[in-house]
Design a protein around this ligand. Structure first.
Ligand code: ACO
Length: 429
């Protein structure tokens, strides 16, 4: 790079000057948008390890320093001082809501919390073993048929659209859980705030009334805030890519839900618990699993460890670990999996394999232990992640739709197949 803010690239003796784009937190990106046109070359970047697919004003992440902020506010402060709904508003609108804006948003959440009664029949047609993530993506995709008015210029009244989606997804998630148990549906209650309402819909029962504990509400609120956005991760990039084709918000979010499901992404929270349970049943032999994770002939990886961007502690993981300790103490829960997780982390962090590769616990390592303490079953963990991530997906989708420079996402490839060859008729093959 030279001092005039350009990068110089030489191909076959010819030098090209590529502009450098500066982010507000000091990030630098080489703008290659004219590369193909000027040089005839594309770039090859498997897994997009080096590629910024957009500019964004929503979330900042520094993976080397472990910094995460939404719209300029540090995640630590937001998790400590905000309600999830305030953070959702912040992500979508770019500013924290005033008291009036907050009341308006809350009223909308209440007004739109029901789903069309016909949609409830959908649940009856899934087999009892259907994964809740499959149900969630189907139901979200279906919303555009039941609420077609939500397809009209969604960006003009984003408050309405965001409230409808955030509220209805919560209802869908809780109903799918109740249906899976064959228990009566518990409808949202207007007097309850977002997180308390969700817990009540999940756990209340006509014959065993549920008492919403403030500690449980506080833990859930924190978890949802910490999951609310994470710049261009796999599911968010999916929402943007699908949205770039001009498809509606619901279909774009349904695509994001499917991407989140993967065990390398949001599905890791379920995979962590499965791994900790396996270790528990194996007599607590966590060293065996560390060795398996290091063995290159074994596909096993330590779930909840490692991250594409963080090369130090995931700041969300630190907050979740503390919240986990607090919640388990106050609920007087003794989860043997927490003990195993703590020992696993301790050993991994001292192991040369993990140190050399900068592998630290990520957001999913301890979140499952909190969900378990709240009574949420393992197969609902990734649904919980989706509830949290929804405001981020909406904000990112909106930002893309409003960006006049936005183009359909269409990566290139480098073809490595057969070179051109003559066709052979079937009789001669
Ligand atoms: N256990 C063992 N080894 C690991 C792990 C792990 N959890 N994570 C990475 N590594 C190793 C890789 O094998 C690789 O080793 P090598 O250099 O000898 O080939 C090296 O560390 C670099 O890892 P990559 O796979 O190249 O990193 P990438 O950025 O592509 O993947 C990912 C990141 C998918 C998160 C990976 O760390 C992983 O699979 N972790 C476990 C699954 C998980 O927890 N996912 C949740 C992530 S957070 C989220 O999405 C919400």
């Amino acid at each position: 790079m030279n001092s005039s803010d350009n990068a110089l690239l030489t191909i076959e003796g010819k030098t090209y000057s590529l502009p450098i784009v500066h982010g507000t937190e000091g990030e630098r990106a080489i703008d290659i948008s004219k590369l193909l046109q000027e040089t005839g070359c594309t770039t090859l970047d498997l897994g997009y390890k080096n590629t910024a697919s957009c500019t964004s004003r929503i979330t900042f992440l520094n993976g080397n320093k472990g910094i995460l902020s939404y719209r300029g506010y540090g995640i630590e402060e937001l998790a400590e001082k905000c309600l999830f709904i305030e953070v959702a508003y912040l992500l979508v609108h770019g500013h924290l809501p005033t008291a009036t804006e907050y009341d308006h948003f809350r009223n909308l959440l209440n007004r739109f919390s029901l789903i069309h009664e016909d949609m409830i029949h959908f649940f009856d047609h899934f087999p009892p073993s259907a994964p809740p993530m499959a149900i969630l993506s189907v139901m979200v995709n279906s919303l555009c048929s039941y609420y077609p008015e939500m397809n009209d210029d969604l960006t003009t009244d984003i408050d309405l659209t965001a409230a409808r989606l955030i509220s209805k997804i919560r209802t869908i998630a809780a109903f799918s859980y109740k249906k899976s148990l064959g228990k009566p549906l518990i409808y949202p209650r207007p007097e309850l705030p977002y997180c308390a309402n969700f817990l009540n819909m999940m756990f209340d029962n006509p014959v065993e009334p549920y008492t919403v504990r403030p500690e449980a509400v506080a833990a859930l609120n924190k978890l949802l805030i910490l999951h609310a956005d994470h710049e261009q991760n796999c599911s968010t990039a999916t929402v943007r890519l699908v949205g770039s084709a001009g498809v509606n918000l619901y279909a774009s979010i349904a695509a994001g839900i499917n991407a989140l499901w993967g065990p390398l992404h949001g599905g890791a929270n379920e995979a962590v618990i499965a791994m900790l349970e396996a270790i528990h049943q194996d007599g607590g032999n966590f060293q065996k699993y560390i060795d398996k994770a290091k063995d290159k002939s074994d596909a096993f990886k330590l779930s909840g460890f490692g991250h594409r961007v963080y090369k130090t502690f995931d700041p969300r993981g630190k907050i979740i670990k503390n919240a986990c300790d607090e919640l388990l103490a106050v609920l007087n829960v003794h989860d043997p999996l927490l003990e195993i997780a703590l020992r696993l982390e301790e050993v991994a962090l001292k192991d040369a394999y993990f140190i050399e590769r900068n592998l630290f616990p990520n957001v999913d390592f301890y979140s499952g232990i909190i969900y378990r303490a709240l009574g949420i079953p393992t197969n609902m963990f990734t649904v919980m992640f989706a509830l949290g991530r929804l405001p981020g997906w909406i904000a990112q989708w909106k930002e893309q739709q409003e960006d006049p420079r936005s183009k359909i996402g269409r990566p290139r490839q480098v073809y490595m197949g057969e070179p051109a060859r003559p066709f052979v008729p079937m009789s001669e093959r």
